[in-house]
Write a protein that binds this ligand. Structure first.
Ligand SMILES: *[C@@H]1O[C@H](CO)[C@@H](O)[C@H](O)[C@H]1NC(C)=O
Ligand SMILES: *[C@@H]1O[C@H](CO)[C@@H](O)[C@H](O)[C@H]1NC(C)=O
Ligand SMILES: *[C@@H]1O[C@H](CO)[C@@H](O)[C@H](O)[C@H]1NC(C)=O
Length: 200
């Protein structure tokens, strides 16, 4: 029962924040994103998980034991100068505990905290390219907060995110890192896809 409701929550969440990556259109589309999921109750699920996906290929996952990213696809040519998102597990646990009002090391209720960061490239029918970047967060299946690339500030999408926004806006070092990450993501996805298309 619980697993079904979690999957449902995740599905609904991913659907609500989806940027139409799955919608079939005439334009060619590619995306690279890192997805993080944190659950307060970890008796049946890992409390933290993270994967990196390129289109429908899972290219890396985060090893909680080793504390490092592990390549899943052996033939994957890596993403060059692009660093992985740097927030440690403790940062994610702190966010979910704060949002869930949990004080001790355990939370009595099930809560979910999710993040999706990355970029998307779409070739439009007129031949131009639409590049989009995102760093979006959800709590309990609802949109919470998202990054605004140009201003490097946070947009609260829920009353629950008001305090988070004020706090995160002040973390200028982190915001700069996210901006650099997103910039590198668009550089990488553009060059990777133009290289792939070059006839040999
Ligand atoms: C946490 O506490 C705040 C303020 O007391 C409340 O508005 C919010 O709904 C609580 N969150 C949860 C998940 O219970
Ligand atoms: C570019 O992509 C974003 C995200 O998919 C979309 O919202 C926007 O409408 C697109 N712009 C154009 C010009 O197609
Ligand atoms: C972005 O790319 C530059 C090199 O172009 C690299 O030095 C930097 O560490 C990268 N930053 C991130 C956050 O990926």
């Amino acid at each position: 029962m619980k697993s079904v409701s979690i999957l449902l929550t995740l599905t609904v969440f991913l659907y609500t924040i989806s940027w139409s990556a799955n919608i079939i259109s005439h334009g060619e589309k590619h995306f690279l994103h890192y997805k993080f999921t944190v659950l307060t109750k970890s008796d049946t699920f890992p409390e933290f998980s993270a994967v990196c996906v390129y289109d429908d290929r899972r290219i890396k996952h985060f090893s909680n034991e080793g504390g490092v990213w592990i390549l899943t696809e052996e033939d994957w040519t890596n993403t060059g100068q692009m660093e992985d998102p740097a927030d440690p597990i403790d940062w994610f646990l702190h966010q979910i505990k704060t949002l869930s009002n949990c004080t001790g090391s355990q939370c009595p209720e099930l809560h979910t905290f999710q993040r999706i960061i990355g970029c998307e490239l779409e070739k439009l029918p007129d031949g131009s390219v639409n590049l989009t970047v995102f760093d979006e967060y959800g709590f309990d299946g609802e949109d919470l907060i998202s990054f605004h690339y140009d201003t490097m500030q946070w947009i609260d999408k829920s009353p629950k995110a008001k305090r988070t926004k004020v706090e995160w806006d002040r973390h200028t070092g982190r915001n700069q890192f996210i901006k650099d990450f997103l910039k590198n993501c668009t550089d990488w996805i553009s060059t990777y896809n133009s290289r792939k298309k070059t006839p040999v």
